[in-house]
Write a protein that binds this ligand. Structure first.
Ligand SMILES: C[S@@+](CC[C@H](N)C(=O)[O-])C[C@H]1O[C@@H](n2cnc3c(N)ncnc32)[C@H](O)[C@@H]1O
Length: 265
């Protein structure tokens, strides 16, 4: 399946590690938002672009007893390993596959829309899948500021080892919108959802969370970045050296979460 996934990373040997670092960075805010909306036993949930599945698993545990979670992704290799009675997994492309209509109390998608050529069409499908009163929750990052070492005087963390690499990554691989987070709320108004809200969050990024995820994003596109002429081998080596030490704290992108409720008839 080719699917519709810009910056497709499926099949890369370190993709599971990259997805898990993303989960380490994002899950605390995601679960806080879902708790705030009252997700609990009996809810029927759809997790779109479920990745390595930490939120699908959390939802499956949270909606039990009585609830269900349907987790979908272009690649279900990691999801298939999550055995939960409440959880079903399906391999599908959200840009081409119809979903059940009026079926879910919650539809959640994190770090997905910015990868799609036509995010609005995907949101349209997600909204149609909500039952009246059901919640749509969309999340992604917004690189409101540069990624900087949070300990600039540290011997390995000179700013020039970090910021130029992230800038080159965003400039030469422009398929991902660095300000995707601030585009999310518009979708909720387009679909006239009720009870619209949102939350921003950022923990300083560390070796296990966003810092690792960002390092792996760069590593995945190492050859392309060298070929672009934007970065040298030495710059990339210093970038990796910084990120591989325990003090690899950086200022992270902001995690943006927005939510809205399908109007009750
Ligand atoms: C950046 S990862 C985010 C994973 C997960 N949502 C998370 O935040 O931890 C993007 C995920 O979306 C999936 N994906 C990309 N395009 C898709 C599409 N057209 N239909 C379904 N899933 C898609 C990818 O396979 C990948 O698992």
């Amino acid at each position: 399946m080719t699917g519709n996934y810009q910056l497709d990373q499926r099949g890369w040997a370190r993709e599971p590690e990259r997805l898990r670092a993303l989960e380490n960075a994002c899950d605390p805010q995601t679960t806080a938002v879902l708790n705030r909306l009252g997700v609990g036993p009996g809810w029927r949930c759809l997790e779109v672009g479920a990745g390595a599945g930490s939120i699908a698993a959390w939802l499956a545990d949270t909606v039990t007893p009585g609830g269900t979670v349907h987790a979908v992704d272009l690649d279900t290799t990691l999801l298939d390993q999550l055995a939960r009675p409440a959880l079903t997994v399906e391999r599908l492309d959200i840009t081409t596959t119809e979903l059940p209509t009026h079926a879910f109390d919650l539809v959640h998608a994190r770090c997905l829309l910015e990868h799609l050529h036509d995010p609005a069409a995907a949101v349209h499908r997600m909204v149609a899948a909500l039952r009246p009163g059901g919640w749509l929750v969309l999340e992604t990052f917004d690189m409101l500021w540069d990624q900087l070492p949070a300990w600039p005087t540290h011997p390995v963390s000179g700013q020039d080892a970090v910021t130029p690499v992230y800038r080159a990554f965003l400039e030469h691989l422009p398929a991902v919108d660095r300000h995707g987070g601030r585009s999310l709320i518009e979708h909720l108004y387009t679909h006239r959802l009720d009870n619209i809200g949102g939350q921003l969050h950022a923990d300083l990024a560390d070796l296990h969370g966003a810092s690792r995820w960002l390092r792996l994003n760069v590593e995945r596109f190492h050859a392309e970045l060298l070929a672009s002429g934007a970065l040298s081998v030495d710059q990339l080596d210093r970038f990796y050296a910084f990120h591989d030490q325990p003090e690899a704290w950086i200022t992270p992108p902001l995690q943006v979460s927005v939510w809205g409720r399908h109007p009750q008839d």
